[in-house]
Design a protein around this ligand. Sequence first.
Ligand code: GLC
Ligand code: CA
Length: 575
Amino acid sequence: MPPGNHDRDGFDTREKALNTDATPQQQSAGPATAWWTEAVIYQIYPRSFADANGDGIGDLPGITARLDHFVELGVDAVWLSPFYPSPQADAGYDVADYRDVDPLFGRLADADRLITEAHARRLRVIVDLVPNHTSSAHRWFAAALAATPGSPERARYVFRDGLGPDGDQPPNDWSSVFGGPAWTRVTEPDGRPGQWYLHLFDPGQPDLNWDNPEVRAEFLDVLRFWLDRGVDGFRVDVAHGLIKQADLANWQEPQEILSGNEVDKPRPPMWDQDGVHEVYRDWRRLLDSYDGERILVAEAWVQPAERLARYVRPDEMHQAFNFEYLTASWTAPAQYAVITRSLEATDAVGAPTTWVLSNHDVVRHASRLGLPVGTPRPNGIGVGDPQPDAALGLRRARAATLLMLALPGSAYLYQGEELGLPEHMTLPDEVRQDPTWERSGRTERGRDGCRVPIPWEADAPSYGFGPTDASWLPQPPSWAEYALDRQRDVPGSTYELYRTALRLRRAHGLGRGGLYWLASGDEVVSFRNGDVTVLTNFGATPVPVPAGAQVLHASAPLPDDGTVGQDVTVWFRAA
Ligand code: GLC
Ligand code: CA
């Protein structure tokens, strides 16, 4: 096989009879494979998806009422960000009870109903698991505060004495991902200033001690709780953070938001420690004891790709998010390099590659790609920040999406991207809720701009997000034009671009295919996957589609001369 090309053992890339009526879990182009190896998985951010009771916060009944959206769009599965009881210090990634639903989002029975109704539509359901930390409102943390230093209650978390004669200095120099120190001092039950506890994120998110067998047993039980309720998998939050280097050595470097580790730097003592893998082997054994193909997906900001691939070895997780892909520059060489590297790294361990462009932690790709090429990924965009070129951003986002959805492996979509939704970039700072904004001393705007409730109907209150005008973050007036009802059945709309792409992806078996590079220059990337040829032009010079080719799909209308313009992706079948 030519270098950089990718074929998957046992995967047949020859043309097959096509059945475009295939239901989400019954693809027919190519041999049967496990669903997740090629699935398109849609991320639901519950507080911003659909609000059934009109309080301005999305909820589980709202999602259940809109499940047909996923069928119409043509995805295989949904992943829900946390909906568990939580003080919402970090929008629910601070879990107070892993076995229930926050009243904000509904009740446990609503989760059961959502799972049942999704399954009735042949949609899989993945829930979010947050094992690195609990909420400070978790009963375990309350017990730890009420207990004394050295107690079993404290041993579930990372408590240490402070440095200095009075112990008033934190135990090491680690900083929180959200800004400020990673340690907070507690008041002991006798009223005196006492020990410190570690929180790599918000003080409301104390890190658990994964060297403690009680913590491990508890999470196996939490997994069972949701597996028994029928979920098809877990997205594992901060999967690279559970184990810390035993000596909690100083690190000096600030923790950039979700930066993980850089390729050419030593590995930080809080991320990607070898011990995490044992945890996931235990979990995999448990999942394998259940029927169906239940999966584990790692959120691990780990580089390089070979290091990330360790999370998806055959006895560990099934997938890991490919953040190197998300952060790659919009140039032909960068895209070629990241695609090749990603495929090689996961091929080496026999796992499917994943692809992702947006999620609830990053600036939406329709806006990110409107910044000058080479701009480092911003942590939020607000009033006074350089504003992206909206039209260019959307044009590139459509091209990037079409490139992504043609790649073999599994792809993740984030709610609203199927509408071409931009970041909310003029959100008033006073309404920001991401702890990053305050903890960074108001220097990092953070993630609220990608979390704004999404528009369904142009002329309805809250654009159809809920029955009232209420919306926990304000929606910009310009969003009427992005509403689903303005795009459905409108040729050329971003929504129809996604629907067609997902239909063709399924029909041509692209997710289970292989990748053969045809061109990788300074301005163009082109590859073949099965009977589909994909070409993205990053440069200003128009590129002709080969004579006689049948164009299947394009991210922008092609001019009459049939050439592919700048920032356009085209799918075609060669003559
Ligand atoms: C993950 C989540 C992010 C959260 C953090 C702490 O990175 O995606 O939203 O703030 O973990 O739980
Ligand atoms: Ca609600």
